[in-house]
Design a protein around this ligand. Structure first.
Ligand code: BJ8
Length: 426
């Protein structure tokens, strides 16, 4: 990375030594996990570039946007509507939380038995290694699982600009009213931050921009139904991860370009893996960048991942926001409608999620499902048991994994996954 970037990071208050360590680890694992793959689509070169500049060029772009008067909003959850941020002249970036950092410091503030995702969010702040977090003018937390909502009470002492959004836990009329009220409150907060009032025109453009990103991802996901799978699960996951922080228009164009290439691959029966490779659907907790542990193990154990039932995946991008509204109120109602369908395990009951897992397993012709639960994540671990039972009743093999971000259990996971792959081959 150039010296210009080093001074940029220093000015943002990053701990340069710790940041070098993080970039070193990230660069090495990207090389070993991503660049070592065979038969990658050429279009993935774009994502290789994005990853090589993840703390460089993209941060410079965000700082340039700030200098030109835009605000940056950082979010930890797919319930934070990007449409509202964009319409008020703000840029929304996902705050990744996909790697352990400064664990000892984190465990002075949070119980050891907190999920890795929450600990990671704290580690990036305490270790002063995340330029996205440091560039954000507003950081949005949300009352989802107990771990997150209690952790935000503490995070509020570490960051000065935390905004906490309340969320419903039941898909009832009352629940919808809570979400609607919270989205109007968020709209007012973002407008106050940017000094820009959302208009019907700006909201319509924002809805179209975010829908275009989702449509590009839908196109990519649909192409994964082919056998041989034209793209690895690792590469598709990376596209889903970059969805959260790249420039929206550039991201859409790049994913569509990859899709053009994948269509040609499918016509030529060319795949990232040979035809008839066992096909796996991953379901469960989000895999935030740079959490590539599970797909790496699966795809180096003789299987290919063909779908992610996850917030970094289809749960996060599934529905479009209706573009038919003419007034701000109509469009806000469409946004509420769209997000109210997200079937996160914090909802009770949450039957839609099981239906979606079964539907995805059929659509992607998955031979088996791996349920990915982060240790200490009660919502997803609790749901994994009925999910496994329901899938087995339909003769869909299911393997429940409970893990964290460390590599300590990698050998044990590999053994279990290889055995599962053998089982589904049979
Ligand atoms: S909409 S999945 S992004 S809350 S893994 S922190 S649930 S203990 S991340 Fe999520 Fe929004 Fe739901 Fe999606 Fe808690 Fe579980 Fe940790 Fe989790």
């Amino acid at each position: 990375m150039s010296d210009a970037y080093r001074s940029m990071w220093a000015e943002m208050g990053l701990n340069l030594e710790a940041h070098d360590v993080l970039l070193g680890v990230l660069g090495n694992s990207y090389k070993e996990i991503y660049l070592a793959q065979k038969e990658r689509p050429e279009g993935m070169g774009y994502f290789d570039f994005v990853m090589s500049e993840v703390h460089g060029l993209r941060i410079k772009e965000l700082l340039d946007e700030k200098a030109a008067g835009r605000k940056i909003v950082g979010a930890y959850c797919v319930f934070v509507p990007e449409e509202i941020a964009l319409a008020a002249n703000a840029t929304l970036v996902g705050l990744c939380s996909g790697a352990d950092f400064a664990v000892e410091e984190v465990e002075k503030l949070l119980p050891r038995n907190t999920c890795a995702l929450i600990k990671s969010a704290f580690g990036f702040k305490l270790g002063k290694v995340c330029p996205y977090l440091e560039s954000a003018d507003m950081i949005v937390g949300e009352n989802t699982c107990d771990g997150k909502k209690k952790a935000y009470e503490t995070l509020g002492h570490l960051v000065k600009n935390l905004y906490v959004m309340d969320l419903p836990q039941v898909k009832s009329e009352n629940g919808r009213a809570v979400l609607q009220a919270e989205y109007f409150r968020f709209k007012a907060a973002v407008e106050a931050l940017t000094g820009v009032t959302i208009t019907a025109e700006s909201l319509k453009t924002a809805i179209q921009t975010v829908n275009a990103k989702r449509k590009a991802i839908h196109r990519l996901l649909a192409l994964r139904k082919a056998d041989p799978a034209p793209i690895s699960g690792l590469d598709a996951l990376l596209a889903n991860q970059v969805f959260f922080y790249d420039n929206p228009a550039r991201f859409t164009a790049s994913v569509n370009k990859i899709c053009d290439e994948l269509e040609k691959r499918i016509a030529e029966k060319k795949g990232a893996f040979p035809a008839k490779t066992p096909r796996i659907l991953i379901s469960g907790c989000p895999q935030a960048v740079p959490n590539w542990k599970l797909p790496f193990i699966v795809e180096s154990s003789g299987a290919v991942i063909v779908g992610e039932e996850s917030c970094v995946g289809e749960r996060g991008t599934r529905n479009l926001t209706s573009e038919s509204g003419q007034t701000v109120e109509e469009m806000m109602a469409a946004i509420v409608e769209r997000y109210f369908q997200v079937d996160c395990a914090i909802f009770t009951p949450n039957a839609e999620r099981l239906a979606h897992i079964e539907e995805m397993a059929a659509d992607y012709k998955a031979d088996g499902v791996i349920h990915y639960g982060l240790q200490f994540c009660q919502p997803y671990l609790m749901e994994s048991i009925p999910v496994e039972k329901a899938l087995e009743e339909k003769n869909i093999p299911c393997l429940r994994i409970e893990t964290d971000y460390s590599m300590e259990d990698a050998g044990q996971l590999k053994t279990r996954i290889e055995a599962f792959v053998e089982q589904i081959k049979g």
